[in-house]
Design a protein around this ligand. Structure first.
Ligand code: BES
Ligand code: ZN
Length: 390
């Protein structure tokens, strides 16, 4: 603490000509306090469940120190560093948990505009709309029914068609032991760092607690259609990621996240390095008038949620906010429980939720008849993928 204090004051008084920024490593739980309001120049660069790396203005250090002391009752709640590398090292080698490799770092810088911009311009509302309509035309996509198997065949065929010309891609079923519906997994092999994986997923099943007809247009044909359009754009533009990307249509979410639980456990068991998970569950019903996208704060990763907010500000410039489910409401919770950084960007605040879900009235017409809202999610997911897989 004393040494850090001395270093900080040294840099204040002796090196007045030095760059005005400094790097800090800080407990992730404290990141939200260094928000835009109180520290407008503070920028999050990397993070996991335990520690994060930020760049701050040198003249903010004192105030941050004060805050950490007051709010978190920590003496040295953060460490200051001269370079990003030093900060990353401090953050990732400071704890047993990190050394064991269970907490993986992601780079949250945003600097891929020349790749992202042309890709998001390629996102087409009509494609998303047509996929939603096709999926909701199945009687239901229930995990125990033959129609739930057929709908997954259809998703696998669609993704295979999009990726047909790509030798770096494959589309497979993940078969589950206890029910017939498989999950669908499309993999784009990373060119430089293939062992690090980004997962973009959503559940492909549907349910109606009263009858057999379960169109599930919003819950969750919208998420699968959003993901399908990201895959199409990726293939169409010839995008090749450095890291590996996996798109997953989970089976059996509606009955307790069964499909994603098996998959997340399987990844953990095989020591897969998943650096980011995005869950797309309900993307096409605009329920909140002044927010287009809200990040669910429970069972999700704070630094990644903030990163997603910055991605939206940079590439979409639409209003976003926060909300919460109050329980493990979708497949992101399965990944979160295995210790992976997951986010769930959602279509509305919880208080404005689409009440037609899980009924025979969850149709695209009940969400305005177009896929306008879901289009924003496809753009966001594309930008997230490119920025994280670089
Ligand atoms: N898409 C919903 C989750 C949801 C609903 C999120 C409303 C936000 C607002 C999901 O398919 C679902 O129905 N989840 C179940 C829980 C799950 C553990 C079976 C639910 O919310 O009842
Ligand atoms: Zn549901």
């Amino acid at each position: 603490m004393k040494i850090i204090g001395m270093l900080i004051s040294l840099s204040f008084f002796c090196f007045a000509q030095e760059p005005e920024y400094q790097w800090i490593s800080i407990g992730t739980d404290a990141v939200e306090s260094l928000n835009q309001k109180s520290f407008p120049e503070a920028k999050l660069f990397a993070g996991n469940q335990m520690a994060s790396v930020m760049r701050v203005k040198k003249n903010q250090i004192k105030a941050i120190s004060h805050l950490m002391h007051e709010k978190y009752e920590r003496c040295a709640g953060f460490m200051a560093h001269k370079t990003e590398e030093e900060a990353l090292e401090a953050a990732s080698f400071n704890s047993e948990k990190n050394r064991a490799g269970s907490a993986i770092f992601a780079n949250y810088s945003i600097d891929m505009a020349s790749t992202v911009e042309p890709m998001i311009q390629e996102v087409k509302e009509t494609n998303i709309r047509n996929t939603i309509i096709k999926l909701s035309n199945f009687e239901n996509r229930y995990y125990l029914n033959q129609t739930g198997v057929e709908s997954q065949n259809w998703v696998k065929d669609l993704w295979s068609k999009y990726l047909a010309a790509r030798s770096d891609a494959k589309v497979e079923f993940f078969q589950h032991k206890n029910w017939p519906q498989p999950s669908v997994v499309a993999t784009i092999q990373g060119e430089q760092i293939p062992n690090e994986v980004i997962v973009i997923g959503g559940h492909a099943d549907s349910i109606n607690r009263r009858s057999s007809r379960a169109p599930g247009a919003d819950d969750n044909a919208s998420g699968i259609a959003t993901i399908s359009e990201v895959i199409r754009v990726l293939a169409e533009t010839g995008y090749r990621p450095s890291r590996t990307i996996k798109f997953i249509g989970y089976a059996a979410e509606e009955v307790g996240l069964l499909g994603s639980q098996e998959i997340a456990k399987d990844f953990k068991l095989n020591n897969k390095e998943v650096i980011g998970v995005m869950q797309l569950d309900m993307t096409n019903h605009k329920g909140t008038h002044d927010k287009d996208i809200v990040m669910m704060t429970d069972f999700t990763n704070k630094p990644q949620n903030q990163f997603l907010g910055q991605v939206i500000d940079t590439y979409l410039k639409i209003p976003w906010g926060y909300s919460q489910c109050g329980y493990g409401c979708s497949d992101h919770a399965s990944w979160y429980r295995q210790g992976y950084p997951a986010s769930m960007p959602f279509e509305s605040k919880m208080e404005d939720i689409n009440h037609k879900i899980h009924t025979n009235q969850d149709t695209i017409d009940a969400s305005g008849g177009t896929a306008e809202h879901a289009t924003k999610f496809a753009k966001m997911a594309t930008a997230y993928m490119v920025e994280l897989a670089k």
